[in-house]
Design a protein around this ligand. Structure first.
Ligand SMILES: [Zn+2]
Length: 147
């Protein structure tokens, strides 16, 4: 098990590589403080458009490229306004639709093979491990596994 400091170094390295390889997405990620999630509410990563929360045990299992993928994924949820645009739509369907859109964008922007995107998708058993789009009104991150 990696220590929190090692995981934070990995996150910082992934963020730096995003800035170098994908400056737009990297700039988006730079605006999200990286905060270790306390408790069990977040099994993977999450965002409330104010910060990016991560489960250290989850990030410990990722390689650098996969870490870049989840950071970009969360940043694009924020950039695309997924919190504010759900309105009356069913939350679960909206989250799934947003994950499809975000994962395709991230995979294309990283020139990732479909295999890496599928890896991310299959981790959760649903779509993506990092999707935890929150209610805009509450601005409180909630884990999709607990909602
Ligand atoms: Zn997501």
């Amino acid at each position: 098990m990696q220590r929190l400091e090692q995981i934070e170094v990995k996150l910082a390295a992934a963020r730096a590589r995003l800035i170098l390889e994908q400056p737009f997405i990297g700039a988006l990620v730079m605006h999200l403080p990286l905060i270790p999630a306390q408790g069990s509410w977040c099994e993977t990563t999450a965002t409330d458009a104010r910060a990016l929360y991560f489960n250290p045990r989850f990030v410990a299992k990722l390689d650098l490229r996969q870490t870049q993928f989840v950071l970009a994924h969360e940043a694009l949820h924020c950039a695309l306004g997924h919190f504010a645009r759900r309105v009356h739509r069913m939350k679960r369907r909206w989250d799934v639709a947003c994950d499809y859109a975000v994962n395709m964008l991230v995979a294309r922007s990283q020139n990732s093979s479909a295999a890496s995107a599928i890896w991310i998708i299959s981790l959760s058993g649903i779509l993506c491990p990092s999707c935890t789009v929150t209610e805009a009104a509450s601005l409180r991150a909630v884990c999709s596994a607990s909602s």
